[in-house]
Design a binder for this molecule. Structure first.
Ligand SMILES: NC(=O)c1ccc[n+]([C@@H]2O[C@H](COP(=O)([O-])OP(=O)(O)OC[C@H]3O[C@@H](n4cnc5c(N)ncnc54)[C@H](OP(=O)(O)O)[C@@H]3O)[C@@H](O)[C@H]2O)c1
Length: 304
């Protein structure tokens, strides 16, 4: 779907002439980059997979005649985040889109600590460094926009994707604070908080998604909301879930989300839990019962 003329003019005037997009090689980031190029914005495109970025650049330049810089950087590292900042130093940036990120899923007790820390580095630490950098730059120039990818799961605790949900709670809270704090300085900050989206996310996290939005749906609603809202919840399904859960107490919301997430992740634990009693009991409940937790502790202390 082509971008509307009114949206094109608004994006160009308020957030041009250049935008930085992390996570541009796939899914939501790639789609937002494509929309921005249709609006005539030049792009700094950041991700690890060079061949995907090169393909995207060839397409966007051919279709929209924009200028681009490609930055292959691993945002889980300080060096990668520094490269992302350096690469945009000498261009006139008006918009920063933080779409790089990934999730983990399944029983928290079986998490791989290194992978969880990598997720924390990409979803939170690097995002903090980049929002601080662009927040300062945009405040000095008195204009700019920042979009960060939050999620439906960031609104409460989520069993079976507990740490991923915690990273998104961080993103959501940071965006809300910055939205209010930076507004008087001419900087628009938006959190985009969709439910399931059909992208590379499911394959990396191992989640099985049923109904899901397309990255194009998310990109379009998100860009529409920039400068107008604090948070956008793209898609009808995400809105129904978010607004029906909102009035409930947080513990109830966490239990409901646990049931939903259990359905999306239970296959992951079937191979992980060697003890079938625990696997069955874990499947029956959204919370680990105290006797099961004791058994898990016992097993862990024996294997330690
Ligand atoms: N899909 C969903 O259901 C959903 C729902 C709500 C929110 N979100 C959020 O939306 C954002 C975009 O996700 P998506 O759905 O578009 O997933 P995706 O298709 O897997 O895209 C993720 C992007 O992040 C980049 N990335 C991941 N790790 C990176 C690293 N270490 N360094 C640099 N770039 C890295 C990937 O590029 P490389 O692999 O090439 O580095 C890719 O371009 C994420 O923050 C995600 O948490 C997704």
């Amino acid at each position: 779907m082509q971008i509307r003329a009114t949206q094109r003019n608004r994006l160009q005037e308020k957030y041009g002439p250049w935008a930085v997009v992390t996570g541009a090689s796939s899914g939501i980031g790639r789609e937002i980059a494509s929309r921005l190029s249709e609006a005539g914005l030049n792009l700094v495109l950041i991700a690890r997979r060079q061949e995907l970025l090169d393909e995207l650049v060839a397409d966007l330049v051919a279709r929209n005649g924009i200028e681009t810089h490609v930055v292959c950087a691993d945002l889980a590292t300080s060096a990668g985040t520094a490269a992302a900042i350096l690469s945009s130093q000498n261009v006139d940036i008006g918009l920063f889109v933080a779409a790089a990120g990934f999730g983990t899923a399944g029983s928290f007790l079986r998490s791989d600590l290194a992978k969880e820390c990598e997720m924390l580095d990409v979803n939170c630490r690097s995002l903090l460094a980049l929002t601080l950098h662009f927040g300062q730059r945009f405040s000095e120039q008195g204009r700019g926009g920042m979009i960060v990818m939050s999620s439906l799961v960031g609104r409460q605790g989520v069993p079976y994707s507990a740490h991923y949900a915690a990273t998104k709670a961080y993103v959501q809270s940071l965006a809300e604070g910055l939205h209010v704090e930076l507004k008087p300085r001419g900087v628009d900050v938006l959190a985009s908080a969709p439910g399931p989206v059909n992208s590379g996310f499911a394959a990396r996290s191992g989640m099985r998604m049923g109904a899901a939005l397309t990255p194009a749906d998310v990109a379009s609603e998100t860009l529409d909301a920039l400068g107008r809202r604090m948070t956008v919840v793209p898609g009808a399904l995400s809105k129904i879930l978010t607004y029906s859960l909102a009035p409930l107490p947080r513990p109830v919301r966490a239990r409901v989300m646990g049931r939903i997430m259990r359905g999306m992740t239970k296959h992951l634990d079937e191979t992980v839990f060697a003890d079938t009693t625990i696997a069955n009991e874990s499947r029956e409940s959204t919370e680990i019962r105290p006797d099961v937790a004791d058994r898990l502790r016992e097993i862990r202390s024996k294997s330690a």
